[in-house]
Design a protein around this ligand. Structure first.
Ligand code: SF4
Length: 361
């Protein structure tokens, strides 16, 4: 099942064989590896873990030629589009493109001589791959900082337009832009202004947002405002944590806005004095169980049956605690009672059945 999602009008940009960012396509989830890219085994292993978690596009750092040379082998062993992140050095960009990168992240204004920029752009054009311009409040051009005094949303948009113009002048339009800042208000303002200034797809992110806990909140606060306004075509949650956590947070965030088609959602109550089961551990177990289900199902876990099933009418399947047993319910109606010691297993069986039904529809 594919959900058509209304976004602000953006140009569709193809990334890899089967994925398009922008246009009327779903918001795409990205992450970045934490391994040394030249360590092919470690990098591939991490990417496969990210794929399993639901990552749709993965980026690797390319700080040197060893990393650039590893791209072709990494590419052969993974299944999702590979983005190669390059700062300044056009030779690394050329090597990465030759190795099969599906997209490169480089700011054309930082490459240097015109011939070098032209070489990178013509290689990208020849392979039909896009370029992401990554504007970052922390590394704005001196000229812009001198003009505005400090990083501002206007300055960030001016920087983006400068890099965009370099590519457009070379007749290159497969562009994706990010406007990252670690200050949430600044990032939001910059993305809002960018969405008005040009129609290239926007890659959303709050950079250096922090640890799993703080970074999740900070990223969700910023990206939530933007997603609600229809801004953003791809997201990366930047966390000081295992990148698999970035995928989980991104998916949950998109689900909150109805922007993830084919994902299962958990509804669980906050518990109170009426609780009849060990709800917190059951909710965590079920959350983990449904995390890789690729069907739009809603599962509820409720502490008791007093308000339970009625409060979770939208759930395709759920369980409400009762004394020594669980009440399985579908769309608010109790279907059967199961003993407490097997209720989690019974719920999982029902989840599998419903997920299969939905996937076959
Ligand atoms: Fe309390 Fe029951 Fe509501 Fe959970 S479902 S919060 S246990 S009343």
């Amino acid at each position: 099942m594919t959900q058509i999602v209304h976004r602000t009008k953006t140009r569709p940009v193809k990334v890899g064989k089967d994925l398009t960012i922008g246009g009327n396509n779903e918001v795409v989830i990205q992450s970045m590896t934490t391994t040394k890219t030249h360590d092919i085994e470690a990098t591939v292993a991490e990417i496969l873990r990210l794929e399993e978690a639901g990552c749709q596009v993965v980026r690797v750092a390319c700080p040197d030629m060893r990393a650039a040379e590893a791209i072709s082998e990494i590419k052969k062993r993974i299944n999702i589009p590979l983005v190669v992140d390059i700062h300044f050095d056009y030779k690394l960009a050329l090597k990465a493109i030759e190795g099969g990168a599906d997209k490169i992240r480089i700011n054309p204004g930082n490459i240097g001589k015109k011939e070098k920029v032209e070489a990178v752009v013509s290689a990208a054009k020849e392979k039909g791959i896009p370029i992401r311009i990554g504007v970052n409040a922390g590394s704005l051009e001196k000229r812009i900082l001198d003009k505005y005094g400090y990083p501002t949303a206007e300055g960030m948009v001016e920087s983006a337009l400068h890099h965009i113009k370099i590519l457009e002048d070379l007749d290159f339009y497969d562009i994706i832009v990010s406007m990252k800042a670690s200050d949430v208000n600044l990032a939001v303002e910059a993305y809002e202004k960018a969405a008005q200034a040009f129609d290239y797809p926007l890659h959303l992110g709050i950079t250096e947002s922090g640890t799993l806990f703080a970074g999740t909140i900070k990223s969700s606060a910023g990206l939530g405002v933007l997603l609600h306004k229809g801004i953003g075509n791809t997201v990366r949650i930047s966390l000081s944590a295992d990148p698999v956590e970035e995928i989980k947070v991104a998916r949950e965030l998109l689900k909150s806005f109805g922007l993830a088609a084919n994902a299962a959602t958990l509804i669980s109550c906050p518990t109170c004095g009426r609780i009849e089961i060990d709800l917190i551990s059951i909710a965590n177990e079920i959350e983990d169980y449904i995390s890789t289900i690729k069907a739009p199902i809603k599962v509820a876990v409720l502490g008791c049956a007093v308000n339970g099933p009625g409060e979770a009418k939208e759930a395709d399947i759920g369980i409400a605690g009762a004394r020594g047993e669980g009440l399985l319910f579908r769309h608010g109606e109790i279907v059967r009672k199961v003993p407490e010691d097997i209720m989690v297993e019974e719920l999982k069986k029902e989840i599998d059945k419903i997920a299969l039904e939905k996937m076959q529809k």
